[in-house]
Design a protein around this ligand. Structure first.
Ligand code: DON
Length: 330
């Protein structure tokens, strides 16, 4: 389906057909397992599957369950990182969290041995540090600030799933342990409990595949929501965020993702993936069955297929690169 603001049945240039074909091809794939570390995630409908593609011109193409709400989980890490870069600047953020792929699982308790910092903002240790930065700056208003920016990126008011938040907070001892280690190495300045609570809240924000596509399109449109026109994120922060999404966004699958899909993206254990094709579009997928690395199996497959069909890999031969540089090359 395609439209400016609401989905319709038109599909110019075949984009809608490609999105629908990817949905049809992978719908029967029932491999993988639901996240089960809290009862709310173990109880979601495993059959749900939605793909949305939103362009920087405001068009939307959808197939399947694109209005079904689920928790954003780790996809939030990319957007909160973007906010932190804006709040205290690149150099101050880099002093507290690095940008190196860790090659470890998302919840690994490991720090860069040379710097003592978390490896990157996409693994839990880095994301908790980033939540700490927002908490340092915004105090009690930190969650409202995060919710406002994520809502601005989606183009609608988002809200939190209170029962997922409560479960995350009740069971999140590993994240709390990571928080205390971060405080020990000086990466966290605000009280650990407040920072980890903020992290649990940001993970519990409800989104749809369409929201993730619009949020991706906002990053693709260098921080301006293509539908509402709101400048949600600062320009240079977006560039830095996309670089980290590209190299670290799917944890210890990031190398394979860059190789095969080639689109800056962030996944979450809720089953969502948000991808960004710079200056062109955002893609949001939802399917809650995960592989052992915590990435949505049908989501990864859909991204690969749509990326291949539309030539979206950053190094695809159909990608002409900078028009400015081309003007010098004759
Ligand atoms: O930190 C956690 O355990 C979760 N609330 C979020 C983790 C997550 O989404 C990892 N992604 N694949």
């Amino acid at each position: 389906m395609e439209s400016d603001l609401q989905p319709s049945t038109q599909a110019p240039f075949g984009v809608g057909a490609i999105v629908s074909a990817a949905h049809a091809r992978h719908a029967a794939n029932r491999a993988g397992a639901l996240a089960d570390y809290i009862p709310e995630l173990a109880a979601v409908d495993p059959e749900r599957f939605g793909i949305a593609l939103a362009t920087v011109g405001g068009k939307l193409f959808t197939a399947g369950d694109t209005d079904h709400a689920f928790t954003i989980q780790s996809v939030s890490k990319a957007f909160v990182y973007c906010l932190a870069l804006e709040l205290i600047g690149r150099d101050a953020v880099l002093e507290r969290v690095g940008v190196e792929p860790s090659g470890d699982a998302f919840n690994a308790i490991v720090f860069d041995p040379h710097t003592n910092r978390p490896f990157n903002p996409m693994v839990n240790a880095g994301a908790i540090t980033v939540a700490g930065i927002v908490r340092d700056v915004a105090g009690d208003g930190a969650f409202d600030l995060i919710l406002d920016r994520l809502s601005g990126a989606a183009g609608r008011q988002l809200s939190i799933d209170e029962s997922v938040y409560r479960s995350e907070a009740e069971t999140g001892h590993r994240n709390r342990a990571i928080g205390h280690l971060l405080r020990n190495v000086g990466a966290l300045r605000s009280p650990v409990d407040e920072v980890v609570d903020l992290y649990f809240r940001q993970c519990s924000i409800l989104v749809t595949a369409t929201d993730l596509a619009r949020m991706g399109a906002t990053l693709a449109h260098i921080g301006e929501n293509p539908v509402t026109g709101r400048q949600v994120f600062e320009l240079t922060a977006v560039r830095n965020t996309l670089a980290v999404m590209f190299t670290c966004g799917t944890y210890d699958f990031s190398g394979s993702w860059a190789y095969d899909v080639g689109i800056p993206a962030k996944s979450g254990v809720g089953g969502g993936i948000c991808g960004v094709v710079n200056r062109q579009l955002g893609i949001g997928t939802y399917s809650p069955r995960l592989d052992i690395k915590g990435n949505s199996i049908r989501g990864v497959a859909a991204f690969k297929e749509i990326g291949d069909e539309l030539g979206l890999h950053v190094f695809d031969c159909s990608n002409d690169g900078s028009a400015y540089m081309r003007s010098f090359m004759g």
